[in-house]
Ligand binder design. Structure first.
Ligand code: NAD
Length: 369
């Protein structure tokens, strides 16, 4: 079983477990309005790996405001296979060398970067230069300096930059964000968040290599980091962190596991874990009148909400990626900022830089400016 199948199996198992509980649902109404077939934007996916092929391409068959019109890949076999499968004309298929010619293609409005993390900056800059709207996968880049360069390039080109934080577009996460504002159980005092999956070994995947921006913190770390931020509705003021690597022959110069603690205003502490050594996924929020949260919290489906006193909440299943791309494209069409712009990716990356600094300094407390 390869790594992606392993991750997919974990995510699918999470869905099945939640369905088996037979919990009642709260109706969810997607905020993404449909503008009709003629107004759909055309999108090109750059990098045809697991996330593009298994998640984004099927989601694009369900979107209302955007359709798949282009592919960018370095592998001719993939160009043929997915070009035929999704009816993409050869004139809309590019490789990494002739990618810049996409500027002249009116069928492609939006470019979605789904490449290894170390390649995000280069392709966001090239997409902006081509004058296309840009979506980039998480983590936005290798560090905050790269994120700032990407935001500046998109601003200069007059194009939008959105980050693929799909959970902002699904109802459980939105409910947790609302609870941070409404405080139904009193003030929040503590958050525990953990996200990880078990990478099979041995392997030579880029996600285990430093030069590609691999490691647990870069791969799954954004989930507990984001969760701590949206569950409190606050920005952290200080961070401490520890990194572990029990298999340096597999995880080359990167973390296999990272634990980090975030201090928020009001004496709120978040204790977070991310790992490529275990399948783990939960978000616990402790407030004055009990504990609530999501378990799991970051799967593609099967999320389940729990409340104090054994109560629970659920929403109907939906396609997160379709909702994300629909809402992003609607904001492009309506010329307004999306929920998860480049600045949101930058905010995470500033904290990830501080997490690295804390580890390098032996777990020192780093104050965030
Ligand atoms: P993947 O390895 O399956 O796909 C990466 C693609 O990039 C492959 O098609 C590969 O051929 C191509 N590529 C081009 N140049 C390469 C090079 N030099 N080395 C390696 N691959 C190269 O990875 P993935 O899981 O699809 O992840 C891609 C991006 O999507 C990452 O940034 C990842 O963090 C993100 N992602 C996001 C989610 C989410 O839920 N939002 C889920 C999975 C992945």
């Amino acid at each position: 079983m390869n790594n992606h199948l392993n991750r997919r199996t974990f995510l699918t198992q999470m869905s099945a477990a939640a369905l088996a509980t037979g919990l009642s649902s709260i109706p969810f109404i997607s905020s993404a309005r449909s503008l009709g077939e003629s107004k759909k934007l055309g999108i090109a996916l750059v990098g045809l790996g697991y996330y593009s092929v298994d998640e984004l391409m099927p989601a694009l068959q369900k979107t209302q405001n955007v359709k798949l019109t282009g592919l960018v890949t370095g592998t001719p076999e993939k160009a043929k296979k997915y070009g035929e499968k999704y009816n993409i004309p050869k004139t809309n298929i590019y490789n990494y060398q002739n990618f810049d010619e996409i500027a002249k293609n009116p069928a492609i409005d939006v470019i979605y970067i789904v490449l290894p993390n170390s390649m995000h900056k280069e392709f966001v800059l090239r997409a902006a230069k081509a004058g296309k709207q840009v979506i980039c996968e998480k983590p936005m880049a290798l560090n905050a300096a790269e994120c700032r360069e990407m935001i500046a390039a998109c601003q200069k080109a007059g194009v939008s930059l959105s980050i693929g934080y799909r959970l902002h577009y699904e109802p459980y996460t939105q409910h947790i964000m609302k609870m941070a504002k409404d405080k139904p159980f009193g003030d929040i005092s503590m958050v525990h968040a953990s996200a990880g999956w078990r990478m099979e070994r041995p392997n030579d995947h880029w996600k285990a290599k430093s030069k590609f921006g691999g490691g647990a913190m870069m791969d799954m770390g954004p989930y507990p980091l984001q969760a701590a931020r949206y569950a409190t509705g606050l920005e952290p003021v200080a961070v401490t962190a520890q990194m572990f690597n029990t298999a340096p022959e597999v995880f080359e110069g990167v973390d296999e596991t990272t634990t980090f603690q975030l201090e928020f205003p009001g004496n709120i502490v978040a204790n977070c874990t991310t790992t490529l050594a275990a399948n783990v996924n939960f978000l616990n929020i402790n407030a004055e009148r009990g504990e609530y949260g999501l378990r799991p919290f970051s799967g593609y489906g099967g999320i389940h909400g729990f409340l104090p006193d054994g109560k629970s909440f659920d929403f109907p299943e939906m396609n997160q990626q379709a909702a994300q791309m629909d809402e992003m494209c609607l904001s492009i069409i309506e010329k307004r900022p999306c929920k998860t712009p480049g600045e949101e990716g930058l905010r995470d990356m500033i904290i990830i830089d501080a997490i690295r600094e804390s580890v390098q300094k032996g777990g020192k407390r780093i104050v965030l400016k």
